[in-house]
Design a protein around this ligand. Structure first.
Ligand SMILES: [Zn+2]
Ligand SMILES: [Zn+2]
Length: 261
């Protein structure tokens, strides 16, 4: 595994002059940033063209997006040099759900990442379920979301914790031995991202997090590779939304970064 040290003294150099980046360009830019974030070894095997699976690619994008979201200096330099991305650029087609789509959204940095959607998908969940989904499965986290709707989408999903609290979630979390349920219950707003890898009809499967109802068809949305933001970006007046929705990766960035505050 990779080390998780931040390297605040190492500047990320971003080579960017084109309005879009080719696959090569993305890989180069990505390697530079990954190196500066000390995540080069983790990503080395995932940028080798055809050898990477979609799940690896998506997990890398999630990890990368969350790490870079905390680096304001690099984000500002990046936006100044690569700000010509936007409506009409082909990044989303070149690298759907991948690093290129993250970089494209970060280069534009819209004020409202929901009203001005980019290349990511977002989902609002009630508290504490949203925060429990950000805990890795190995640490007892929740990896299955019970929903009445289904989707064919697979890939990264940014997780928004809504205003509503489901007390049943707090109780189930405690019964399953999850620590710090008060913390999970309090988490609101954009929390991070995970990868949606499967959606199937509930048939008594996916214990302990999956539900099955006799009266209503439920679907199990299965997530993996969650990465939580160290600091939640707070947007005044931000609200949740219904269903899986297209948003900008820049939802993960604190808006203060771009206001120079
Ligand atoms: Zn672009
Ligand atoms: Zn299931």
């Amino acid at each position: 595994m990779t080390t998780m040290n931040l390297a605040p003294n190492r500047r990320i150099s971003l080579a960017c002059g084109d309005t879009t980046w080719t696959e090569d360009h993305t890989a180069t830019t990505f390697r530079q940033i990954a190196h500066a974030l000390d995540t080069g070894d983790m990503f080395a095997e995932t940028v080798q063209g055809d050898q990477r699976t979609d799940r690896q690619r998506w997990a890398s994008a999630v990890h990368f997006a969350v790490r870079l979201a905390g680096r304001s200096e690099e984000l500002l330099a990046f936006r100044d040099r690569c700000g010509s991305h936007g409506t009409g650029c082909s990044c989303g087609m070149v690298d759907p759900g991948g690093i290129g789509s993250v970089l494209c959204d970060y280069a534009q940095a819209p004020e409202d990442p929901v009203a001005a959607p980019g290349h990511a998908m977002g989902l609002t969940l009630r508290r504490p379920w949203a925060s429990m989904l950000m805990v890795p499965t190995e640490a007892g986290g929740k990896n299955v979301e019970n929903r009445t709707d289904t989707t064919t989408y697979r890939g990264p999903v940014l997780i928004y914790a809504g205003a509503r609290l489901d007390q049943a979630g707090v109780e189930l979390g405690r019964r399953q031995g999850l620590q710090c349920m008060d913390f999970h219950a309090a988490q609101q707003g954009w929390l991070g991202a995970a990868v949606l890898v499967d959606v199937h009809r509930a048939r008594g499967c996916c214990a302990p997090w999956g539900n099955t109802r006799k009266t209503q068809q439920l679907y199990h949305w299965v997530f993996e590779s969650p990465v939580r933001l160290a600091r939640r970006p707070w947007r005044g007046g931000a609200r949740g939304f219904v269903g899986l929705q297209q948003v900008s990766w820049s939802a993960l960035i604190n808006p203060k970064v771009y206001r120079g505050a």
